[in-house]
Design a protein around this ligand. Structure first.
Ligand code: ZN
Length: 251
């Protein structure tokens, strides 16, 4: 990137890329706020947006790999070259940005952990995730260039694993049919964790379904409290490719 035309072009792309990244993050945070204010009422739309919006910046980075940096390595030797490098590159995982994005993903994961519990088809989700991951790593190997390619591809791969995992789980859940509610009977409640290694305990409730089978389900702490006095239902959704989602909530 010695040519002044290349440098100017890279600087413009960096401005566009950083703007896309900032807008994406603001949109993600806004979606969560609107959902909690009940202005955005569709949970499916909220989940799908949170899973898909981060892809915009990742796709931008793959289209313009010459200005994207996936790793944390220092790519300069002098202060002069550091300044030029920073003007002509975007760190995909810049610290403040990474923090907000990880918090948004955590929010999405905690919601999915309760809502998108699979009673059938977990293997299907795992196979789709692995297949999509292999495809995206191949694309990354072709697109990402430069002397530190190996380090870049490793960091890109770790990012993709997390992003693809969350996206596949979310999209499969969002493609599922409407909720079907069935009666169930409370059998027992339990919790796991709640110690130093496990800051937030996982709360479970075991219920008996209409066909007399028992189902152990992860529930929110709010539902777990005083659960014996609550009217519980099993909430079933039929997903694509034989995936079935089952969770327990209040009537
Ligand atoms: Zn329901």
């Amino acid at each position: 990137m010695n040519d002044s035309y290349d440098i100017e072009r890279a600087k413009k792309l960096v401005t566009i890329g950083k703007t896309i990244r900032l807008i994406s993050l603001l949109v993600e945070v806004l979606i969560i706020v609107l959902y909690h204010l009940e202005i955005l009422t569709s949970q499916i739309a909220m989940l799908l947006s949170l899973a898909l919006v981060p892809w915009i910046k990742h796709i931008f980075a793959l289209i313009y790999p010459e200005v994207a940096s996936w790793d944390e390595d220092e790519h300069w030797k002098t202060d002069e070259s550091k300044k030029l490098w920073e003007e002509t590159h975007i760190r995909i995982w810049e610290r403040w940005h990474m923090l907000v994005q990880v918090l948004v993903m955590l929010y999405l994961l905690l919601t999915l952990k309760i809502e998108a519990q699979t009673s059938q088809g977990f293997k299907t989700i795992a196979i789709i995730t692995v297949a999509a991951f292999i495809i995206m790593v191949l694309i990354g190997c072709i697109r990402i260039k430069g002397e530190n390619k190996v380090s870049q591809v490793i960091h890109y791969g770790m990012t993709m694993l997390a992003v693809i995992g969350v996206t596949v789980v979310t999209v499969c859940y969002c493609l599922s049919g409407p909720e079907i509610h069935e009666e169930c009977t409370y059998v027992s409640g339990s919790y796991e964790g709640g110690n130093r290694n496990h800051l937030i305990p996982d709360y479970y409730v075991t219920v008996q379904l209409k066909d007399f089978t028992r189902y152990k389900c992860n529930v929110t702490p709010r539902l777990y409290d005083n659960i014996r006095n609550k009217n519980l239902v099993v909430c079933r959704r039929n997903g694509p490719l034989g995936i079935e989602y089952l969770h327990v909530h209040e009537l």
